[in-house]
Design a binder for this molecule. Structure first.
Ligand code: GLA
Length: 378
């Protein structure tokens, strides 16, 4: 609070604190925008916002991670600006709230994060959903979480220019403690599945590899899937790529690169179904095997892994007690998710860190995580 007052000066309204979790995707990457099934969970690393309402239409934002101060006037149209950096994520959401004529109010907002930024754990979705939730709550609305996730996805697509799917914003908004979210990205039907993995722990390893050109490569992958779908649609009536049957893909998609992309989408969707069944049956071995298979497909066919992630996955899998590991999220750097027996955790952490450092000269960070509730006021 002292820091808050230092930054923004004293004010008469109380300072309130909100939290939005990051997310890890257990399995099902690059299929949300293809109408597939995904299995993310909100995690106990996230972004907090300390917020104080104002009596005018000014929103001022600061982050503990940057010196940049963002200030806008709600009476004026907000525009994307490269110099706003991280600020464009919340600004996009505010812009959409403005366009939908939501009567939001001015506020001072101070963001802080335990979530590594830009590392594939949805720091952008977290700050988007957090901003939307904060401003709607201050304006006295009860937030429709699914609608908020959709609005934030739209902000990222249209304001920031990343054609992301719905998974991240949905997970941040809809997380449930101790549960993963089984989400059908075509219909948005979802179910919270108890994330009960016995004596195993959910471990996230950050490669700390910078995600170069990740946004443009992401958009490129999405465009390839759209191309493959249009070829299949020339002959078959399918709504999305995940709905296409394997023989349809083989018949209609001849270009080897497009075929590899479509093959990943098809297999990944199968792995998700397999993993969900295994999770519900308490069959950890099969769950881990689905994760391994998913990583190979993302690495070989979808080509969104990188040496650093492959090295981490290999290192993780060579430790006894680790039953599955894969890159998580968009890829091109970022994080690996692994299931590790609790007795093996200490050995796992030191071995993986050491081997990674030797092979890449980079330091990996290891987090043992839990599934938590979605965005909320603390
Ligand atoms: C990013 C996007 C998501 C999803 C993943 C890959 O995190 O924001 O919509 O496509 O990549 O699964």
């Amino acid at each position: 609070m002292q820091k808050f007052n230092q930054i923004f000066g004293e004010g008469k309204h109380p300072i309130r604190t909100f939290f939005a979790p990051g997310r890890v995707n257990l399995i099902g990457d690059h299929i949300d925008y293809n109408g597939g099934m995904v299995l993310p969970a909100a995690i106990n690393l996230g972004i907090t916002a300390q917020v104080r309402e104002r009596d005018d239409d000014i929103i001022r934002m600061r982050s503990a991670m940057s010196e940049k101060r963002i200030e806008i006037d709600l009476k004026k149209a907000i525009e994307y600006s490269p110099s706003a950096g991280w600020g464009n994520y919340p600004l996009g959401v505010i812009r959409l709230l403005q366009m939908t004529k939501m009567p939001i109010k001015g506020a001072d907002i101070f963001f802080n994060s335990t979530l590594p930024i830009g590392s594939g754990l949805s720091s952008s979705a977290a700050i988007e959903v957090l901003t939307g939730y904060v401003l709607m709550t201050l304006a006295g609305f009860e937030v429709d979480r699914v609608a908020m996730a959709l609005l934030c996805q739209k902000a990222e697509n249209e304001f920031v220019g990343v054609n992301c799917g719905i998974m991240d914003q949905f997970a941040v908004a809809m997380g449930k403690a101790g549960h993963a979210i089984q989400l059908n990205c075509q219909s948005l039907d979802y179910q919270h599945i108890p994330f009960n993995i016995g004596d195993f722990k959910l471990v996230i390893i950050n490669s700390n590899k910078e995600r170069e050109l990740a946004d443009s490569k992401y958009n490129e992958r999405r465009a390839s899937c759209e191309k493959a779908l249009s070829l299949i649609k020339e002959k078959y009536d399918v709504a999305n790529l995940c709905e296409a049957e394997f023989p349809m893909i083989m018949e209609q998609v001849k270009d080897p690169v497009l075929l590899a992309r479509a093959r990943h989408v098809w297999w990944e969707n199968q792995y998700v179904h397999e993993a969900i069944e295994a999770l519900q049956d308490g069959d950890w071995q099969t769950l881990g095997e689905s994760m391994d298979a998913s990583h190979l497909s993302l690495s070989n066919d979808y080509e969104v892994s990188c040496d650093e992630l492959d090295i981490l996955v290999d290192a993780a899998r060579s430790v006894e007690g680790c039953i599955g590991a894969r890159m998580t999220g968009a890829g091109f750097g970022g994080c690996v998710v692994a299931l590790v027996h609790e007795d093996a955790l200490t050995n796992f952490t030191s071995y993986v860190k050491e081997r990674y450092q030797k092979n890449t000269n980079l330091e990996a960070d290891v987090y043992v995580c839990e599934a938590v509730e979605g965005v909320r006021e603390l």
